[in-house]
Design a protein around this ligand. Structure first.
Ligand code: ZN
Length: 284
């Protein structure tokens, strides 16, 4: 179960121009990257339109819906309604909150909020941008330059060794403290397969072949679209770790894989696949 696996529910991300807020619509409000929410043990909720005064409601912009439930963004500083406080998004990632689709909605809203906040001014002429009337875009009224939401492609890589039935696990120096796989951003002018080969060489010094696509995952916290791949080591299988980026990189057998504490990430799903089925699970 990855963060976006919310079936039978579905997130509809198409923009609705001229949307009129309704009382029960959810409101996302961010402050310095933190999100306004209220939670108990395992349940999370966000304020609704009914919690806000009418002058704040006028400032709401349509984000998306999860089936019939609409989520809006408040782009103005307004005093939080009673019972709600600003929390790090990490809080949502580190605990299993219900409804699960709200966690995915919050990650997606974070990405859109970030995009709105970095597109306040036109990058070409410096004039203040305006919301486009018809689509999710920011338009410069002075020079006409138009900006769409930006998504950064990156790859997650399971490097496998068929002969020993092992996979390369890593731990990064900064940020997330749990086991991970080799990963990295796609450079301009590069195919995803070339990113896979380059990142594996840079981070663990291995040459790979038989690069095979697994699945993809939107990861709103970093504005990413992650593409998962498995590939086979070829030639020398001795790891030469990039110590500036990693603090750990080892060949690990299925039974020795320690998974991440939560199931939201594709990285964890790929590690779990190898833990359950070994190499043969990666070529099915
Ligand atoms: Zn401009």
């Amino acid at each position: 179960m990855m963060i976006q696996d919310i079936a039978p529910r579905k997130l509809y991300n198409h923009f609705v121009p001229d949307y009129t807020p309704k009382e029960g619509d959810h409101v996302f409000s961010f402050k310095d990257g933190d999100l306004l929410m209220s939670f108990t043990e395992d349940k999370v909720c966000f304020p609704t339109v009914a919690d806000y005064p009418s002058d704040a409601v006028k400032e709401l912009v349509y984000l998306f819906s999860v089936d019939e439930e609409v989520f809006l963004l408040l782009r103005k500083e307004v005093a939080p309604p009673e019972g709600f406080s600003y929390q790090k998004l990490k809080v949502l990632r580190d605990k299993y909150f219900l409804p699960k689709e709200y966690v995915f909605a919050a990650f997606t809203a974070y990405q859109l909020n970030d995009w709105y906040s970095v597109t306040r001014f036109c990058g070409k002429c410096g004039s203040p941008n305006e919301d486009d009337k018809l689509e999710r875009a920011r338009t410069c009224p002075h020079c006409g330059n138009k900006i769409y939401p930006r998504i950064n492609p990156a790859v997650i890589i399971g490097v496998t060794d068929k002969s020993t039935n092992k996979i390369v696990l890593t731990k990064y120096r900064t940020g997330f403290g749990h086991n991970a796989l080799v990963a990295g951003f796609t450079e301009i002018g590069e195919t995803l397969e070339e990113t896979v080969a380059r990142e594996v060489m840079e981070e663990v010094g291995l040459t790979v072949t038989n690069i095979r696509y697994y699945k993809s995952q939107p990861w709103g916290i970093a504005s990413d679209i992650l593409a998962g791949f498995f590939c086979d080591v070829t030639g020398d299988s001795q790891i030469k770790m990039d110590e500036s980026e990693l603090k750990y990189a080892e060949w690990v057998s299925p039974e020795d894989i320690v998974l991440q504490p939560l199931e939201y990430s594709m990285t964890n799903e790929m590690m779990k696949l190898f833990k359950d089925k070994g190499y043969k699970g990666t070529v099915e």
